[in-house]
Design a protein around this ligand. Sequence first.
Ligand SMILES: *Cc1c(COP(=O)(O)O)cnc(C)c1O
Length: 220
Amino acid sequence: MIDPETRLALVHAAIAKASKRAGRPTDATTLIAVSKTKTVEEISPLIAAGQRDFGENRVQEAQSKWPALIAVTPDIRLHLVGQLQSNKAEDAVALFDVIHSVDRASLVNALGKAQDKVGRRPSCFLQVNIGDEDQKGGCAIADIAPLLSRSGAVGLNIIGLMTVPPADIEPAPYFALLGKLARDHGLDQLSMGMSGDYETAIMLGATHIRVGTALFGGRG
Ligand SMILES: *Cc1c(COP(=O)(O)O)cnc(C)c1O
């Protein structure tokens, strides 16, 4: 068993190496430790080692784990990386600093309302279904412009694009496409890259990588 501090150091080293090869500063990429299914006991050593950005994919699970941890370490930033139901928008706005899974007009509207009610304004990514897969979350490429315009109308702060590329094929073309789509729409943040492909994502301009397994081990 490799301990969590060692895993974190190995991921930091890989980020530094990929950044150097890409000619980008190491701190241009935010490492989000995706802690879904992991317990407070498994998460705490990473906080102690200095990790501050964490990702969860379910609002309810995050509510059960994070408020107590954030009370002790207030500079933790919490990222929602999983699909969000509109009826959970208020809870999400109240807890998360960044929401990576905005992908439809009904959710944009719900988040806009939730922000006004809760009095918080998380940064958001539009999630794009880059491989046009039936089962996947994310909007169609053609929906990016209308969703950005709707977001502007309700005051949602969209800072970039997020994607999960199709499994088991080379992700680089999809990462490159997401970068082009972001530039075309005047957005400069890219949430892309997971344990298996974050170095490739960094080469192609990722500003946020979402890493679970490489930091915490498998999810059983
Ligand atoms: C679980 C998850 C991750 C982390 O995946 P790993 O392969 O364990 O690094 C990243 N992004 C999203 C959207 C996820 O659901």
